[in-house]
Design a binder for this molecule. Structure first.
Ligand SMILES: C[S@@+](CC[C@H](N)C(=O)[O-])C[C@H]1O[C@@H](n2cnc3c(N)ncnc32)[C@H](O)[C@@H]1O
Length: 335
């Protein structure tokens, strides 16, 4: 996956500083970090499944970092605002060398063009449908690219999080279709910056909402958006997390992409996870793109499934009485 990094080190003239820490920003699971000196590496990854991957491999991992580093490798994300903010972050942390590795489909050519207007570029080397290049910035070279929190529809969001520019129409459709009372204990799976949880908390019958989100940046926004003491925030991978007591209802707008590709298996894993988090009479309320095939997983997991609304783009699905109950094991990934 990182075929370009060994190429740059072995034949491209990229030389790493001999001392000081090397910060790797947002590598995704599968990215090969072995060309870099492991004892000086720090992986910065806010997305819990990728964080867990590198932690299991024994790397020093953090969800965010603000400390100085000698060099930084930015694994280019698709969202342009996020890509810019990572480059600004690397420079601000004093990285004398910043390496950018990215796929063409994630916009590496366009960010290269922008960076080239500000600093001298080394490389670039092309391989495996992408490019790697490096440069030596000053701490303020990209100061204007720093990612700032933004206020949208009365909520706080951050660059690169889901629906950073406003309330997601599918989530709005689901929130509008929910019944007045969902029960005392509700779980919001893949809660993002907290829109669905914020909507349901108007119901005073609710005693507890577990808000579960893998993206630490989105979760930080959710903490700002919701200050209600009934909410417990979890930085966790839904597919491995379990509540300490089963819930009356799960609400969700599950993720349907891995990188660029549509990936309904992720949503199916959310359905399976929801089924094991609910009481025997528990209910799942979810919204999905109309073309995504979730019905079979829902029918496997629940005694009754119905479509209760939607529009030409989205469907709202309601499932009740989960069929199987595995004993819940409390997670260790709370934050
Ligand atoms: C379609 S968005 C919905 C966000 C939010 N519920 C809303 O309505 O605006 C799906 C969310 O699931 C999160 N997510 C993706 N994979 C996850 C995982 N394995 N565990 C927990 N959350 C995950 C994403 O970061 C994203 O915030």
């Amino acid at each position: 996956m990182s075929a370009r990094l060994p190429l740059a080190i072995e034949t491209g003239g990229l030389s790493l500083p001999e001392t000081g820490s090397l910060s790797v920003l947002q590598p995704v699971a599968g990215f090969d970090l072995s060309p870099l000196p492991r004892n000086r590496l720090q992986v910065v990854q806010p997305f819990k499944p990728d964080f867990d991957h590198f932690q299991e491999l024994g790397y020093d991992c953090l969800p965010s970092a603000d400390t100085p580093c000698a060099a930084a490798l930015v694994c280019l994300p698709r969202a342009k605002a996020l890509a810019r903010s990572l480059i600004a972050e690397a420079a601000r942390r004093g990285a004398g060398l910043v390496i950018v590795d990215g796929a063409k489909t994630d916009g590496v050519d366009s960010i290269l063009k922008e960076i080239r207007k500000r600093v001298d570029i080394h490389g670039p080397l092309s391989k495996a449908h992408g490019k790697i290049f490096w440069f030596h910035p000053k701490p303020d070279t990209f100061a204007d690219w720093q990612g700032t929190l933004q206020a949208v529809n009365g909520f706080t969001t951050a660059p690169g999080v889901f629906s950073a520019d406003g309330i997601d129409p599918a989530s709005q459709l689901l929130a509008d279709a929910l019944p007045k009372h969902l029960g005392k204990h509700v779980i919001d799976l893949g809660a993002g910056w907290g829109y669905l949880s914020a909507r349901i908390l108007a119901d005073r019958i609710i005693e507890r909402v577990d808000l579960v989100e893998a993206d630490a940046r989105a979760l930080d926004c959710a903490r700002r958006n919701i200050t209600d003491a009934r909410v417990v925030f979890h930085w966790a991978d839904v597919t491995s997390w379990a509540p300490d007591t089963r819930a009356d209802a799960v609400i969700m707008n599950p993720p349907f992409h891995t990188g660029r590709a549509a990936n309904p298996s992720l949503g199916r894993a959310f359905v399976t996870a929801a089924a094991r988090m609910l009481t025997p009479s528990g209910q799942l309320w979810m919204v999905a793109n109309r073309h995504l095939p979730y019905e079979r997983s829902l029918e496997e997991g629940f005694a009754r499934v119905e479509e209760i609304g939607g529009d030409s783009r989205f469907k709202i699905l309601h499932a009740i009485r989960p069929r199987a109950h595995a004993k819940p094991t409390p997670t260790r990934t709370r934050r």
